[in-house]
Design a protein. Structure first.
Length: 138
């Protein structure tokens, strides 16, 4: 199984058609057409996207974005299980990253999935020190 965990910046880039959006689109297409590919996103990371859309546009557009996401090949993880909870806390304390980034990273580690991100400033150091797979979309 090919598993991918979306960082908020990946979904923001996809919706805003930023550099690298085409790479994210290819991952979605793989998830649609291949039974061995799954795309995951923790609801906390989706909250970052929701907040960003409100900030850029308005609450109505943010609600519309959530409706679109519900139709996309993204499995939203609604709960924070104990393993992810503890891993995220450890990563946040060790690397001083944002809470949401620590959750995305913990989800990818515990699920043996590739983290889809462009946040080099957050993850470059971690990628060198931890056994994680990060797929940079730009």
């Amino acid at each position: 199984m090919n598993a991918f965990v979306l960082d908020a910046c990946a979904l923001i880039a996809y919706f805003a058609k930023e550099d690298g959006a085409e790479n994210i689109k290819k991952i979605f297409e793989r998830a649609i057409y291949s039974k061995d590919t799954v795309v995951l996103m923790n609801k906390i990371n989706l909250l970052e996207v929701y907040y960003d859309v409100i900030k850029r546009y308005n609450e109505q557009e943010a609600s519309r974005m959530l409706e679109i996401v519900a139709e996309m090949p993204i499995k939203i993880i609604h709960e924070l299980d104990d393993t992810v909870f503890k891993m995220a806390g450890l990563l946040k304390s060790k690397y001083r990253i944002s809470l949401a980034d620590s959750i995305a990273l913990a989800e990818s580690i515990t699920r043996n999935a590739s983290l889809i991100s462009s946040d080099h400033h957050e993850f470059d150091v971690i990628e060198k020190q931890e056994q994680i797979a990060i797929q940079w979309f730009r």
